[in-house]
Write a protein that binds this ligand. Structure first.
Ligand code: SF4
Length: 185
């Protein structure tokens, strides 16, 4: 008992007992303790890394998102995520998330919120104006080409095959020849 007592006093003197008590407290307060696992896929790019979202039901039926991390069982990412995927939780919880279209007028220094209808109308008008101004019906050699040289289109890497198909059809219909994909640039 004498030895044990001396040891306890020595450990206390070095702060070990405090460290153990603190780590025990952290373990008891584990943020995802008792949470359910929901499996998902990172939405940012076509690599398709698997995610685990830790969620907990709240009184009233709402679901609280506690943590998102890479799924170690996925053969694609084996638990790892790139910096973008590692912040996937911010898509759901960040107070800085942009939730409506923003417009900055030429020369303006600040952005203003506009509605989705206003934004789509603006894009449609600009596409028509650019197409009308740059459309080439016949090239320098007299060949009929019917192309739009003043607009380029870049798809996102999160495009599904179907979205890519539709986007390509629409853009080719407008006469675009400059089509790219974010995963290639
Ligand atoms: S953005 Fe990063 S984490 Fe997400 S699927 Fe692509 S490589 Fe994976």
């Amino acid at each position: 008992m004498g030895v044990a007592g001396a040891g306890a006093i020595a450990a206390s003197g070095l702060g070990f007992d405090v460290a153990v008590a603190e780590s025990t407290k952290v373990k008891q307060q584990l943020r995802i303790e008792g949470a359910a696992e929901a499996h998902s896929i990172c939405p940012y790019c076509a690599v398709g890394c698997a995610l685990i979202a830790y969620v907990r039901p709240r009184p009233g039926g709402a679901i609280e998102l506690l943590q998102i991390e890479g799924d170690p069982d996925s053969p694609v990412n084996e638990g790892r995520l790139c910096p973008k995927g590692a912040t996937a939780m911010q898509l759901a919880v960040s107070p800085r998330r942009v939730e409506s279209p923003l417009y900055r007028a030429p020369g303006a220094t600040s952005w203003q919120k506009i509605s989705w209808d206003d934004m789509l109308d603006r894009i449609a008008k600009n596409i028509k104006a650019s197409r009308d101004a740059t459309f080439v019906a016949v090239d320098a050699n007299g060949n009929t080409v019917n192309r739009t040289e003043g607009i380029a289109f870049a798809g996102g890497a999160a495009f599904s095959s179907e979205e890519g198909y539709v986007a390509t059809k629409v853009m080719r219909g407008l006469g675009l020849v400059h089509l790219e994909q974010q995963a290639r640039v």
